[in-house]
Ligand binder design. Sequence first.
Ligand code: FES
Length: 190
Amino acid sequence: MSSNNLNSAIDKVLSDESDVREATSPHQRDFPYERDGEAQVTRREFCNFLAVTSTALFVSSGGFAAKSLYDSQKTEVLPAMKIEEAVTLKPGSALNFRYPTENDSAILVRSGDGEYYAYGQKCTHLACPVYFEKDAQRLECPCHEAGFDVKTGNVLYGPPPRPLDKIAIEVKDNGEVWATGREVGGWERA
Ligand code: FES
């Protein structure tokens, strides 16, 4: 739009405004009407509306984020199950077992210091089975070259978006190792 056209558009708006003022002036005394005041109220109401809606959005999105974080980290208590052959597992090695059902493959790792760690075997990227890489002492996924920390299940490298699902274990006094629950991995990377 040229500056001439712009100026004439502004003149038209201003003249329309003065026409309205002129047309309503006989009634101003009976029905006082402040256009400037109305504009202030409208602006104030609009700002209040924005503040209320943005606060509501903020609170609700925060609630959803907190709930998904809670859901992603909660531990599911499941029937306890003895992991056969865990007692004979040597430090620095691993074995596969099934938990909590026959359809859920899992892996139990005994680290070099003798501690036990267990995870669901499904990689959190596209569900390929992870395996224990003895030399590197980490869990690896062969599909897209990912690595997970044995002691935390956290992603060390590769595309998985979150840690492995942890299986809660309990080591009894007699050395038996029992699976007692499952914790869905959170979102942190190593
Ligand atoms: S399925 Fe494991 S890295 Fe892709």
